[in-house]
Each structure stands twice: as structure tokens, then as C-alpha cells.
Design a protein around this ligand. Structure first.
Ligand code: FES
Length: 110
């Protein structure tokens, strides 16, 4: 198991045990965090948006062009934004910290 920490908008930290091979989205959902992930990792929604701790951002495999395009549509995007469904848990991510964005955009209103 790999330890990852999610920081909620109110600053509360949730430390989770993530299974290697699972996505960060699945990990957060299993911990009961408000990550919608409407499209279940098909890169069609951006409701799985998280903001990676700056110290970790450069250590993650780079986002694909499709992911960057989806992130352009996410609400509250920052320099270290990623789609959590595209981050696979591996042993190298032990100690990863990500923050939940303040709001997510409901795609049905676009
Ligand atoms: S779950 Fe839809 S883009 Fe990640």
C-alpha cells in the first residue's frame, strides 16, 4: 500500500492507503472524498480534478495532451492541476499530497 494525502478545501487532511495500480481517483473515492469522476477515467468530464502539491508535481509522469485539454475546462485550474483518474498509484508516489479544488464545474451546465 502507498500512503497518499488529500487536503480538502477547508484544510482537513485525509491520509489514505492506496493500492498500487489503482488510480488516484479510485483512491480518493474509496476514502469518501468528494471526487465525482463522472466519466470514470475516460477523460471526458474533468470532475476528478485535483491540485498536486508543487513539490510533487514534477515527479509525476507528464499529462497527455488529452488530459491538458480536459483540464482547460475544469474549474479553478492551477499550474499543478491534474486529472486524478490519470494518475496511477505506484510505489514512487509514497507520500503524495494533493489538494481538492474549491469547486468543480458541473458539465451538464456547459
Ligand atoms: S473521471 Fe472524468 S476526466 Fe477523470
Amino acid at each position: 500500500m502507498v500512503k497518499v494525502t488529500f487536503v480538502s478545501t477547508d484544510g482537513a487532511e485525509t491520509e489514505c492507503d492506496a493500492a498500487e495500480g489503482a488510480s488516484l481517483l479510485e483512491t480518493g473515492q474509496a476514502a469518501g472524498l468528494p471526487l465525482e469522476g463522472t466519466c470514470e477515467g475516460q477523460m471526458a468530464c474533468s470532475t476528478c480534478h485535483v491540485i498536486v502539491d508543487p513539490g510533487w508535481f514534477d515527479r509525476l509522469p507528464e499529462a497527455s495532451e488529452e488530459e491538458e485539454d480536459m483540464l482547460d475546462l475544469a474549474y479553478g485550474v492551477e499550474r499543478c492541476s491534474r486529472l486524478s483518474c490519470q494518475i496511477d498509484i505506484s510505489a514512487e508516489l509514497e507520500g503524495l499530497v494533493v489538494r481538492l479544488p474549491s469547486e468543480s464545474r458541473d458539465m451538464s451546465r456547459m
